[in-house]
Design a protein around this ligand. Structure first.
Ligand code: NAP
Length: 527
């Protein structure tokens, strides 16, 4: 049941004066529930109780954490239609998408449960003593990953489940042993509260400490700012715009004790169309890309916003077919009037730039809050000189850049900001003749795709979802897949520590049977 209140650990609370409602973009009306923004006192309480919870939660066994994560998944499923209907009413997204995203969220929680139940993720490393070593005896040193402390999570508007309240950041932080305070996204506050209730029930059923999770409502940026500045908060996970992520990163760096902000932000996901592929399969690629650009009204961080090719008949052909195909697709509803407002504004800014022309624009009447898909083209030189054209336009928008030759293509790629993904569309035999173009792309992205589309992020251990700034604030980490846990931990060493006082992961007997690096060899054996 939605109450509009904040979850401060085990307590529902509504002490703030500011209230707000979510919005149904399809019906163009406000939803019924009123949400209470967290007051300063409530924020303080949530952080203090997270920091108290940390004292026990950090030492909870992997198998108990797995029970907790699996129980969250079960409780989310138990929300059933109430969750799906609330999701739809707060986003305008269809039922299939809501259920698909729920499946992904459940899958992420269960994957982290399996990871911590098995236990080897802590990277236990043991160097045994050699007290006879000359000239200095070698001490026994043992290292493993330990949780950072209370973590604040900000979700994005376009993934109310998978990148929000119990999304990848929260699941990974719980798996690591960090209590989580979620700054609820105002556009899907009802969905957020339902998920928070599921986490709360799971925490109680599996005996987790009060304060292991809080969910704070906010109508604007103040709650998030207070949270990031709080001295007891030790790290931040953010998914959203470059502007928002950068503001929080700067805030966290300016604290007396700076803390890491792992921000996953926007991207234009360049697609490189090599000449043979353009010539031989331009039609099929154009049809595929028309669908990819408009998928979910273009509201994906991996949306292909930039297509780069070498000038000529084949590229013209591709652009024409892409333009013809994209206007055949029915426009979709965007998430919120603010999102469509930003789309229209950013699109207009791009279209006002010199040298850019529209090749396709859906020009029939559209329903309220539905986005008109747009394809544009521009010369390579113009694009290179005007960085306004390099910015993400969040929505069903893409730009074809016509380069003079491979050299210009490479120069443009090298001048792009960091990106989540880059795609190469090529015939098998031509890829090797464009090595320097491919290497330039590899330097700018977190994931490179061969003959595919960037939309769709598989959740698996080998996935890297991140990239050089501004795709993320730290390209060494991923937001998707089990290695996302590494954002919420730090390595910690014990020197000459008594065996019975060591954590189980580092004890001689290896009671958890985990894989460890012992004196340079991977092993599950006792010492
Ligand atoms: P957003 O406007 O940046 O908002 C994300 C969250 O951050 C919201 O809760 C927002 O609160 C908060 N926030 C924003 N600016 C802030 C500031 N200066 N101080 C404190 N809090 C701040 O992004 P969005 O519209 O929700 O999401 C769309 C964007 O997310 C797109 O750019 C998309 O590419 C990106 N995205 C990236 C990924 C990825 O994995 N890389 C995944 C999905 C989406 P308020 O709403 O209260 O301002």
């Amino acid at each position: 049941m939605i109450t509009g209140k904040n979850y401060i650990g085990n307590q529902l609370s509504a002490k703030g004066n500011k209230t707000y409602k979510t919005f149904n973009p399809k019906l163009n009306i406000e939803n019924e529930h009123t949400f209470f923004e967290a007051s300063e006192e409530e924020i303080e309480k949530a952080v203090i109780s997270a920091s108290e919870a940390y004292k026990t939660f950090k030492n909870i066994s992997g198998s108990k954490k797995a029970e907790f994560l699996n129980a969250i998944a079960d409780e989310i499923l138990a929300l059933d239609d109430e969750l799906i209907n609330t999701y739809i009413s707060e986003t305008g997204l269809p039922e299939g998408r809501a259920k698909g995203e729920r499946g992904r969220t459940i899958g992420q929680l269960r994957t982290f449960a399996d990871l911590v139940a098995e236990g080897s993720w802590v990277e236990a490393t043991i160097d045994t003593a050699d007290l006879d070593r000359a000239p200095i005896p070698k001490q026994d040193i043992r290292k493993m990953l330990v949780p950072l402390g209370p973590v604040v999570v900000f979700g994005a508007s376009n993934f109310p489940l998978a990148y929000s309240t119990a999304g990848g950041d929260t699941a990974a932080a719980f798996a690591a042993g960090c209590p989580v305070i979620v700054k609820s996204h105002p556009m899907h506050a009802g969905t957020g509260e339902l998920i928070a209730s599921a986490i709360h029930k799971a925490a109680q059923k599996t005996g987790m400490p009060d304060g292991v999770f809080s969910n704070l409502n906010s109508a604007g940026i103040d709650v998030g700012i207070q949270l990031v500045k709080h001295p007891k908060v030790k790290a931040v996970g953010f998914t959203g715009s470059i502007r928002g992520g950068r503001a929080l990163f700067d805030l966290a760096s300016q604290r007396p004790e700076p803390i890491p902000v792992f921000a996953e932000m926007g991207s234009v996901n360049p697609v490189i169309l090599l000449p043979q592929a353009t010539k031989n399969k331009g039609k099929a690629l154009a049809e595929t890309y028309a669908k990819s650009i408009t998928l979910g009204a273009g509201q994906f961080c991996t949306n292909p916003g930039l297509i780069l090719g070498i000038k000529g008949e084949a590229l013209d052909n591709f652009t024409n077919i892409l333009s013809d195909e994209i206007v055949k697709i029915e426009p979709s509803c965007m998430l919120h009037p603010n999102i469509i407002g930003n789309y229209e504004r950013n699109r207009s800014t791009a279209l006002e730039q010199g040298g850019i022309s529209i090749t396709a624009e859906y020009d029939s009447d559209v329903m309220i809050n539905h986005a008109r898909q747009t394809v544009t083209k521009v010369e390579g030189k113009t694009f290179l000189e005007n960085t306004t054209l390099h910015q993400e336009i969040f929505g069903p928008f893409s730009m074809v850049v016509q380069c003079e030759n491979a050299k210009e293509l490479e120069t443009i790629i090298s001048n792009l900001e960091g990106q989540l993904t880059g795609t190469i569309l090529a015939e098998d035999e031509e890829a090797s003749t464009y090595n320097s173009v491919i290497e330039a792309l590899q330097n700018r992205v977190g994931r490179i795709i061969f003959n595919g589309v960037p939309t769709g992020v598989e959740v698996c251990p080998a996935m890297l979802h991140g990239g050089p700034y501004p795709a993320s604030t730290d390209s060494r980490f991923t937001a998707v897949g089990i290695h996302a846990i590494k954002r919420w931990v730090r390595p910690f060493s014990y020197q000459s520590w008594p065996n019975d006082l060591l954590p189980d992961e580092l004890k001689d007997e290896n009671p958890l049977g985990i894989s460890r690096l012992v004196d340079g060899n991977h092993s599950q054996r006792k010492i």
